[in-house]
Design a protein around this ligand. Sequence first.
Ligand code: CMP
Length: 140
Amino acid sequence: MATERTFSIIKPDATRRNLTGRVNAMIEAAGLRIVAQKRLHMTRAMAEEFYGVHRERGFFSDLVTFMISGPVVVQVLQGEGAVLKHRDIMGATDPKKAAAGTIRAELAESIEANSVHGSDSAENAATEIAFFFAGIELVG
Ligand code: CMP
């Protein structure tokens, strides 16, 4: 499998509970390298644009409000099959359905406050990475 990059967010419920290090340890234990990382507080406009694909969903407004309720940590992860590997270690979107040992099973509070986001494809990863990072900030 080829080396690739994926995009990750440690969400406000996790930064609020001081879990950035716990999440990063799980990412690194899975063999993924954090090649870019920054902590920021998204504006409403940024969150609405980032989650634009979900604009018509009933949960969109609550999702945006949650994502701007505190700081997030945005990251670029690199490794063999990084997109799928990251999705595996995150677990299912709904923590009640996430497999034991996954980030969401261990740490998430609810389907909304589910601690982490990860790209669902290499194509979307490239778009999401470019939304937050300049090329010079990615150090493999
Ligand atoms: P994320 O991977 O960040 O992408 C969209 C987010 O919407 C998702 O994680 C969930 O945290 C959030 N969300 C809130 N409610 C729902 C829902 N009913 N179904 C799917 N996603 C939801």
